[in-house]
Design a protein. Structure first.
Length: 431
């Protein structure tokens, strides 16, 4: 067994919440499956562009019970309501969930597990049957905190809820496993902003799985800003299920970490469900970013619009897989995927793989992917009007990425996300 799996097996033996809410059997089964199938190798298609050989040789201790210290200035600009986790532990001091609004409840998963009500924690018992779902299995076995967010039918949030996950400097390499549930019932509307941030140098591993359940006519605006430290490892997965006429608007900004992988799986089960999911992959320095989309159209007249932009600079690597499946009976589906990428240095690498599979009639579907360099004509136009070369490159690069932010109609939210993106672009390493 690899050092990585051995350290996780040891963590399971000492997991305080292992038996909570009647989950002992499902947790043990998830761990056994992970240990049996092992870490996927590079010949496994889902991990082709993100080899795990160096990671599986590492050992991680479980995150301690105490909340690690960090500079509270990191939270400037992240208003309440917010809930904060540091190294996988709830930080009640810096959390403030007042003002959530009527009909909206938020609990840390650790509290749900302590109360021990099986129905409240049953999403932790979900099975992951594929051998390549190694980190989802480990999450099922080891998750002991996260958020449980529910909006009652018709609830209308007046302001965004901020979920803040911080990796902070501590002794040794630590690992934590967070499990989140976001559930909106019929007609509810909510805006959620995830912040994955780094506080000081560290080489920790964060493994997070988020379930999103949208009831009929529910609307969720969901932004995720990943801006971890340059040596951090983040493995994230989002599984969303959409009912009739629901709408899911989402933006992922992958701006940090040494190794970051995110899977976004969305099943549009209900007729007329609408998904708008955009993102930016900023692979700079020695960063490795891997994003996999799995969009599954089941209901009739559903739609997805996916706009993703990638930048490769320095010796950064980005991998993008955009998979769209239109099942038999999903007639009237409209699906569009655009993945454009820019290589800003010779040492960077971008691999893109759009996949479109159609088994229905009366479908409008298109997908495309490009990897290239900045438009020489546009650069010449700016230079001819007195714009310095470096500034011209910055202007074109920013415009290329900002296109994705149009997914949100809220001006304040869009401006906040634009500022985070621009700050990351300003430190772009092209050497």
């Amino acid at each position: 067994m690899s050092a990585l799996l051995d350290s996780f097996a040891s963590a399971f033996d000492s997991l305080a919440a292992r038996d909570a809410a009647g989950l002992r059997e499902s947790r043990k089964a998830a761990l056994d499956a992970a240990l049996r199938d092992g870490i996927p190798h590079a010949r496994v298609e889902a991990w082709k562009y993100t080899p795990l050989r160096s990671l599986e040789r590492r050992s991680f201790a479980a995150s301690g019970a105490d909340v690690a210290a960090f500079d509270a200035g990191l939270l400037d600009g992240i208003p309440a309501p917010r809930i904060v986790f540091v190294n996988g532990r709830l930080d009640a001091v810096h959390s403030d969930i007042g003002g959530l609004g009527d009909g909206i409840s938020l609990q840390p998963l650790s509290q749900v597990l302590r109360e021990g009500e099986p129905r409240e924690a049953n999403f932790l018992a979900r099975r992951f049957d594929r051998a390549d779902e190694i980190f989802a299995r480990l999450n099922s076995a080891l998750a002991d905190d996260g958020i449980v967010l529910r909006a009652d039918a018709g609830a209308q949030a007046q302001q965004p809820l901020h979920l803040v996950f911080i990796g902070a400097t501590s002794d040794g390499d630590r690992a934590w496993h967070l499990r989140n549930l976001i559930e909106l019932r019929e007609g509810a509307t909510l805006t959620v902003v995830e912040h994955q941030l780094g506080a000081g140098p560290h080489s920790h591993l964060a493994n997070a799985v988020t379930h999103v359940h949208l009831g009929p006519n529910a609307t969720l605006n969901h932004a995720r800003v990943q801006d971890e430290g340059s040596t951090a490892t983040l493995i994230s997965r989002t599984d969303a299920v959409m009912a009739k006429a629901s709408e899911y608007r989402r933006l992922d900004l992958e701006l940090g970490a040494g190794l970051s992988r995110h899977e976004l799986n969305v099943a549009l089960h209900g007729d007329g469900a609408k998904l708008h999911a955009n993102g930016v992959l900023l692979a700079t320095g020695k960063r490795h970013l891997d994003t996999r989309l799995g969009i599954d159209h089941v209901g009739r007249d559903s739609s997805c619009d996916l706009t993703w932009r990638g930048l490769g600079a320095g010796r950064g690597k980005a991998a993008f897989h955009g998979g769209i499946l239109i099942r038999e009976g999903a007639d009237g589906t409209a699906a569009n995927l655009s993945n454009k990428n820019l290589l800003l240095s010779e040492g960077a690498e971008i691999d893109t793989q759009p996949v479109l599979e159609i088994h229905a009639d009366e479908v409008q579907a298109a997908h495309g992917a490009t990897v290239g360099q900045l438009d020489a004509t546009a650069l010449f136009y700016l230079r001819s009007r007195g714009v310095p070369a470096e500034q011209a490159r910055s202007l074109l690069t920013a415009a290329f990425c900002r296109e994705t932010l149009a997914v949100f109609g809220d001006r304040v939210l869009r401006e906040t996300l634009t500022a985070r993106l621009d700050a990351a672009l300003a430190t772009l390493e092209t050497a």
